[in-house]
Design a protein around this ligand. Structure first.
Ligand code: C5P
Length: 222
């Protein structure tokens, strides 16, 4: 009795991780945040002063990195060589550099193998950009979650403000659009909806509505 794998792809800030986490809880599946893996390597590269455009050096650096997605008492943590980097990998400098790191074929190859291994026994909800198209082409359910760039920037802006952080809506919108452009235009496994993906536009949907909608599809297919 193998369990399903659920793939959730889409542009930056569409709510993929929030939705994937809730779905995983509801299904008692493992949530796998593939973006966190690219972010962890990017954080390390910045820390070590490695040029994000230097594929060879980045590839070497990745070999020295043990990137682990762990669950500690209900919290998903990202660890790099044992160090908790969960918070650090969300900072602006990582966010604005990660798409350059994720462009490199050698980096993607390693990350994809790792992700496929994590999903080998099923029972995962995996979110990213290329899950339905490249990582898990056989996923049982594929969702492409989108929202307008205005809405995505507004959500991130409100989230920042609620955390007491400073936030610039115009800058956020520009950064999100830029990241989507790099992710969509790269040669290897660009951000693209899989042919057999269900497209959900969450612009005027609540998180609960999105989760319920996907849950309905899963139950139907199970
Ligand atoms: O999902 P998140 O916004 O944290 O992803 C950060 C970045 O990692 C993306 O903008 C993209 O460049 C890269 N990424 C990717 N493939 C994935 C997941 C993330 O290229 N499967």
């Amino acid at each position: 009795n193998t369990q399903m794998n659920i793939a959730i792809d889409g542009p930056a800030g569409a709510g993929k991780s929030t939705v994937a986490k809730l779905l995983a809880e509801k299904l008692e599946f493992v949530y796998i945040d593939t973006g966190a893996m690219y972010r962890a390597l990017t954080w390390k590269a910045i820390k070590e002063n490695v040029d994000v455009n230097d594929e060879k050096v980045l590839h070497q650096l990745l070999k020295e990195c043990d990137i682990a997605l762990v669950n500690e008492s209900g919290h998903s943590l990202v660890k790099l060589n044992g160090q908790d980097v969960t918070e650090e990998i969300r900072n602006a400098s990582v966010t604005n550099n990660v798409s350059y790191v994720a462009k490199h074929p050698l980096i993607r190859k390693e990350m994809v193998s790792k992700q496929q291994l994590l999903a080998a026994n099923g029972g995962t909800v995996m979110d990213g950009r290329d899950i339905g198209t490249a990582v898990l082409p056989e996923a049982n359910v594929k969702i492409f979650l989108t929202a307008s760039v205005e809405e995505r920037a507004k959500r991130r802006h409100e989230e920042n403000i609620s955390k007491g952080m400073s936030s610039d809506l115009v800058k956020l919108k520009e950064d999100i659009a830029k990241r989507d452009q790099i992710d969509s235009e790269r040669d290897v496994a660009p951000l693209k909806q899989a042919e057999d993906a269900i497209v959900l536009d969450s612009t005027s949907m609540s998180i609960e509505e999105v989760v319920e909608n996907i849950y309905g599809v899963i139950v139907e297919r199970d």
